[in-house]
Design a protein. Structure first.
Length: 96
């Protein structure tokens, strides 16, 4: 059963890799595809930001803006995350 599940997930990933090995894409398509990971990450994160504190989506949005701003300046990825968590906790403790 495990071998079958491996094959079912492995084959659809290998076929495009093998068939598209010599495929040359135009520059505009490569640029367009380069933004896909950011769009996918944003679509996964944004719903969670809105539901951090039930009934108060603005707290999550504020923490997301703070994290994004710090991420532009910070060299370490953990600092913006910790700052956003601290902001959410502080706002909840203050009863805002």
């Amino acid at each position: 059963m495990i071998a079958g599940m491996c094959a079912v997930t492995f084959v659809p990933r290998v076929i495009p890799l093998l068939l598209g090995q010599d495929l040359v894409l135009p520059g505009w398509i490569r640029r367009w595809l380069s933004y896909f990971p950011y769009a996918a990450l944003g679509s996964l994160i944004f719903p969670g930001i809105l539901s951090v504190v039930e009934g108060k989506p603005w707290i999550g949005l504020l923490a997301g803006v703070v994290a994004a701003g710090l991420a532009l300046k910070a060299r370490n990825a953990i600092f913006p995350v910790l700052a956003a968590i601290a902001l959410v906790v502080a706002l909840q403790l203050l009863g805002v």
